[in-house]
Design a protein around this ligand. Structure first.
Ligand code: ARG
Length: 269
């Protein structure tokens, strides 16, 4: 993030003569009646311009947490991240990538944080730190409506689709005699299921609900795998940001804003 601020500053210095940066125009009118007010505006505008950028890595194939609405990435995580950035006085920038690239991207400092309905796991904790959790989730099984599979034991020996590198992928691996088909997007696994290419999909519950709603002839098995917690991934050496985000999250929880965001996308049954 530091580099981006530098670049911004540099760009401002270079274009200052052309008044392209904030304040330039106001500066011209400073002799007007309300000079101090103008100065304040100028300071505010400058503060905005020099705000540090907070880069969020995500995989926007995961409704209702992150998905495209037209060209824009929206969803619970996008809104939580925006609220955190606002709280920290930073400018949010979202980078969409493959889900299994997010941890590396954060660990190597390419992105500042990973916000992707990402479950806290022992494996991931070896490479990144996680903030306090902001949601709980479970893995569920999606089946075709006419499927004979009645419980998770019934997945034995079947072909199960998952999104590559997710906790669903981990659960699927542990099923005896299973064949795991890994897709880049959860939605692709669901399509394969609809087309009869695979027997089941293991994925997080909320996206499962969205996918089943959008595709006819599918159902969710009435039995869930263990409870997981979603949290935000931050580089191990960036404990300052970790604390800042935890502070912001605490405020969002306290003020009811977090519940408000989640309630906008998930209706309680
Ligand atoms: N909760 C699961 C995991 O952490 C799936 C997350 C997938 N998220 C996404 N944005 N595609 O592995």
């Amino acid at each position: 993030m530091k580099k981006q601020v530098l670049a911004l500053l540099l760009a401002c210095t270079m274009t200052a003569a052309l008044s392209a940066c904030s304040g330039g125009q106001e500066a011209d009118t400073e002799e007007g009646s309300d000079a101090s007010q103008t100065e304040e505006d100028e300071d505010a505008a400058q503060a905005e311009e020099s705000q540090e950028v907070l880069v969020m890595a995500t995989n926007a194939e995961f409704p209702p947490y992150e998905y495209y609405d037209g060209g824009e990435i929206v969803g619970i995580d996008a809104e939580i991240a925006a609220a955190i950035a606002e709280n920290l006085g930073m400018t949010l920038e979202i980078e969409d990538m493959a889900f299994d690239s997010i941890v590396t991207s954060v660990a190597t400092g390419k992105a500042d944080m990973g916000v992707a309905g990402m479950t806290v796991t022992e494996d991931r904790l070896e490479n990144v730190n996680f903030t306090d959790p902001y949601a709980t989730a479970t893995q569920v099984v999606i089946l075709r409506e006419d499927s004979e599979i009645a419980d998770t034991d019934g997945l034995e020996g079947k072909t199960v689709g998952v999104q590559l590198g997710t906790t669903g992928d981990l659960f699927a691996e542990d099923i005896p005699d299973v064949t795991v088909e890994r897709y880049n997007k959860g939605f692709e696994a669901v399509q394969a299921l609809s087309q009869g290419k695979i027997d089941a999909v293991i994925i997080d519950q909320e996206p499962a609900k969205v996918f089943v709603e959008e595709n006819e002839g599918l159902k969710i098995l009435d039995e869930a795998y263990t409870v997981e917690e979603y949290a935000i991934a931050v580089a191990k050496d960036n404990t300052e940001l970790l604390e800042q985000i935890n502070g912001a999250l605490a405020e969002l929880k306290e003020s009811g804003k977090l519940d408000e965001i989640i309630g906008k996308y998930i209706t309680a049954e």
